[in-house]
Design a protein around this ligand. Structure first.
Ligand code: UGY
Ligand code: MN
Length: 308
């Protein structure tokens, strides 16, 4: 204590204060950027890569682990919400070095699967079962798609591929990538056969949406050979679906960006980027975008087939 009193000048008091403070509080004030420039910034989320929120949601599993037993996930007869803290990953059958989380499967009543695939170092895909078509969309990282007849395609974030049933192909990843994948047993009509498609969201034109305000892109052709489509729907904060939809089609949805309220049946759910939703045929559905940023979702919808 004696030696503390002997410090009298302002500068020596400041020096003492610095010595007494824990290093953790002093270092950021000295210039945090120099120390760790790669860490995620809480203030400036605009600098993050596209769809970063979908794979790094605000209420991350680490926050929710503090609340034992809590999840926003819901599973009901005609809809389900699977939120990131309840995703369960295990090795994907027939894939190498890849973990998968099935979010929607026929066990729920759906006629398709929707799953996340986390490809790791030197990973490879397996093929879907016979007569099953596959649509994949890159959420994070990048992959290489090759098939026996064509050259390989590099698929970075926001690009996608449709592989018709029984088309041999392989997805390879050298570092890491996260994909969302939809698969269903192909229903053919008039011997028409769909073609392989590789593209990116931004190459798809905005489509008319009479009576609605959201922006719509369709990732697959609307022609008869295709028995489903994948929509990309964008809402600005405050925008909502005008139609309170009830229809025969099924949906699998992944919220890529933003947050809002989804109505499913008689329930109203706050949702955010990273949440997945299953909607059974005829479940009443409605969305309103909230928050400060655009909501974007990716939506599976079965089309072009007689329900009988
Ligand atoms: O096309 C659709 O059925 C779409 N508008 N549904 C939805 O966003 N829930
Ligand atoms: Mn709908």
């Amino acid at each position: 204590m004696l030696c503390f009193i002997s410090f009298s000048s302002y500068s020596s008091q400041l020096l003492l204060l610095l010595l007494l403070l824990p290093w953790g509080t002093v270092l950021p004030a000295l210039g945090a950027e120099e120390y760790c420039s790669a860490g995620p910034s809480i203030i400036d989320s605009t600098s993050q890569p596209l769809y970063w929120k979908a794979t790094n949601p605000t209420l991350s599993p680490t926050h929710l682990q503090d609340l034992p037993g809590f999840t926003r996930s819901v599973y009901k007869r005609d809809h389900a919400i699977i939120t990131p803290e309840s995703q369960v990953f295990s090795p994907l059958p027939n894939w190498i070095n890849t973990l998968g989380a099935y979010l929607i499967t026929p066990a729920m009543g759906a006629h398709f699967t929707m799953y996340l695939a986390k490809m790791q170092d030197d990973s490879r895909s397996g093929l879907p079962p016979k007569n099953v078509e596959r649509f994949l969309f890159v959420l994070d990282g990048s992959i290489l798609l090759s098939n026996s007849s064509e050259m390989s395609h590099k698929l970075p974030v926001d690009s996608y591929a449709y592989l018709p049933a029984n088309v041999e192909h392989m997805l390879k990843c050298r570092k890491s990538a996260i994909l969302v994948i939809f698969e269903r047993r192909y229903v053919s009509v008039n011997n028409a056969s769909p073609e392989q498609i590789v593209s990116t969201t931004d190459k798809q034109p905005l489509l008319e949406t009479p009576g609605e305000v959201f922006e719509l892109r369709k990732l697959l052709p609307t022609s008869a050979p295709y028995d489903f489509n994948i929509h990309i729907m964008d809402f600005q904060p405050g925008e909502y679906l005008n139609v309170k939809e009830v229809h025969y089609n099924q949906h699998g949805l992944l919220l890529l960006e933003g947050q809002g309220i989804y109505r499913l049946g008689d329930s109203w759910y706050p949702i955010q980027a990273g949440d997945a939703i299953w909607m059974a045929p005829f479940v009443p559905q409605w969305y309103a975008a909230l928050g400060k940023t655009r909501s974007r979702y990716l939506l599976y919808k079965d089309v072009n087939r007689d329900p009988l």
